[in-house]
Design a protein around this ligand. Structure first.
Ligand SMILES: Cc1cc2nc3c(=O)[nH]c(=O)nc-3n(C[C@H](O)[C@H](O)[C@H](O)COP(=O)(O)OP(=O)(O)OC[C@H]3O[C@@H](n4cnc5c(N)ncnc54)[C@H](O)[C@@H]3O)c2cc1C
Length: 413
């Protein structure tokens, strides 16, 4: 039986980054991925602030496109913020995970693609991990000193109780579908260099839609809905309907060349109350709700949790010191910002009101590009307060405007 220092189930950003760091330190690492290749589950849009490259030592070859513009459209209006320098990137998600797995392999570790974690048991103090090769259904058992759950929202190892069917006061569910499309040069240039977001009932009730650029003449176009199984507002139309409408109205192309269709449901546990640790088993990334519940941006946060976990695993393997401080480190890193994001998600997506969405866009216009960026990507309190002040000012102005209209006699000729 093969024996490893650490077996990591799931080669997403969280598992891949942890494997990259642990193999670099010389630990005997096995990274498992149930998908046969990274093209078969290329589900993430890959939008992130530019800093992700330096913060996680990622090469520029992973970037699909650099963006210097943020564009937000509501049902009635559009506003654009632009700068000369890139402020965000759209990562090629497939390349990102391939890079992390390749680095892991280069450092002497093993990566098994098309191989899924099936279960584990503890015998005489040894953790035995059972794996299944999808190509021949053969079950193999390996021994691990540490087992890491990096299976994303599936939470396959530590089996958090969160699932799309869990009562919604315990979880926030987000479902996204996205196409990778090829478009003519003229259409590509309209969307190149910009992260374009679409909010409001016209584009996606209880959610938002987006168009992100990728490598030349390719765009990622998608829609995401929060609480997809709850009809907070009537939305008789399917998510596919809104995606087709976005294609029709924005790209204006018939017989569009669709290169890939993908989608996924992410389940976030409120207050990040997932099991993080059970003796020598540790969980990372979406398995412990590191994705931001308001924006559903999760790549950076998954990478970060992979880094935190790798440090605790290293100490455990070198000194035998338990990994007990890992949960509090994760909670204090995400902390109050994630709790506020939960409140915002409920406020905005559970009480959607198209007129308020429009007012929100008008309030965003009061923010500079750097304030908008720190609101969207850094969840900055200062920018949030600036936004809220503008938003409430506009609501009050609208309220008095309506009273004024009601009490102004209509002039007759
Ligand atoms: C439509 C959509 C768009 C998104 N867009 C963005 C975006 O623009 N920017 C951003 O930052 N975030 C985005 N996200 C969120 C982001 O992709 C996730 O938060 C991030 O990928 C989480 O990383 P992870 O490693 O924790 O989990 P995952 O990326 O989900 O990786 C988990 C891996 O584990 C594997 N696995 C599962 N079960 C097993 C098993 N039993 N054995 C072995 N392997 C297993 C899975 O195949 C998968 O590869 C988006 C999400 C969706 C759904």
């Amino acid at each position: 039986m093969d024996s490893f220092d650490v077996v990591i189930a799931g080669a997403g950003p969280a598992g891949g980054q942890a494997a990259r760091l642990l193999s670099k330190k010389g630990f005997k690492t096995l990274l498992l991925e149930k998908a046969p290749s990274f093209s078969s589950n290329d589900f993430s849009s890959g939008g992130a602030p530019l800093e992700i490259l330096d913060d996680f030592n990622l090469p520029h070859t992973l970037v699909g496109a650099y963006c210097n513009t943020i564009k937000i459209s509501s049902s009635h209006d559009t506003h654009c913020w632009q700068t000369d320098m890139p402020l965000a990137v759209v990562l090629n998600f497939k390349k990102l995970r391939t890079f992390l797995a390749d680095e892991t392999k280069k450092q002497g570790a093993s990566v098994y693609m098309g191989c899924s974690y099936q279960g584990h048991d503890i015998q005489n103090g040894h953790t035995l991990v059972h794996l299944k090769q999808s190509r021949n259904s053969v079950i193999e058992t390996v021994e691990a000193k540490v087992l890491m759950d990096a299976t994303g929202s599936d939470r396959r190892v530590l089996k958090g109780r969160a699932s799309p069917k869990t009562p919604s006061n315990n979880v926030i569910v987000g479902r996204g579908i996205e196409y990778l499309v090829e478009v003519p040069e003229s259409v590509y240039h309209t969307y190149a260099n910009a992260l374009s977001f679409y909010i409001g009932a016209k584009w996606m009730p209880q959610g938002y839609a987006w168009i992100f650029p990728m490598e030349a003449y390719r765009l990622k176009i998608g829609v995401g809905r929060n609480y997809p199984d709850e009809q907070v507002v009537p939305h008789e139309k399917s998510m596919g309907f809104y995606l087709d409408q976005l294609i029709r109205e924005c790209l204006k192309i018939e017989n569009l060349s669709i290169l890939d269709k993908h989608g996924k449901t992410i389940v976030y546990t409120r207050h990040q109350r997932d099991p993080y640790l059970d003796q020598n088993i540790i969980a990372v990334g979406d398995a412990v709700s590191t994705v931001n519940p308001f924006t559903f941006e999760g790549i950076r946060h998954a990478l970060k949790s992979g880094e935190f976990a790798a440090r605790h695993v290293q100490t455990f393997l070198e000194t035998g010191q338990q990994m007990n401080r890992y949960p509090s480190q994760i909670r204090s890193y995400f902390g109050i910002k994630w709790v506020i994001s939960e409140l915002l998600t409920d406020k905005i997506y559970r009480e959607p009101d198209d007129e308020k969405m429009n007012t929100m866009l008008r309030a965003f216009k009061y923010l500079s590009l750097s304030a908008l960026k720190s609101l969207v990507f850094d969840y900055s309190f200062k920018s949030a307060i600036q936004f809220y002040a503008a938003y409430h000012f506009l609501l009050v102005r609208r309220f008095f405007g309506q009273i004024w209209k009601r009490h102004t006699p209509i002039k007759t000729q």
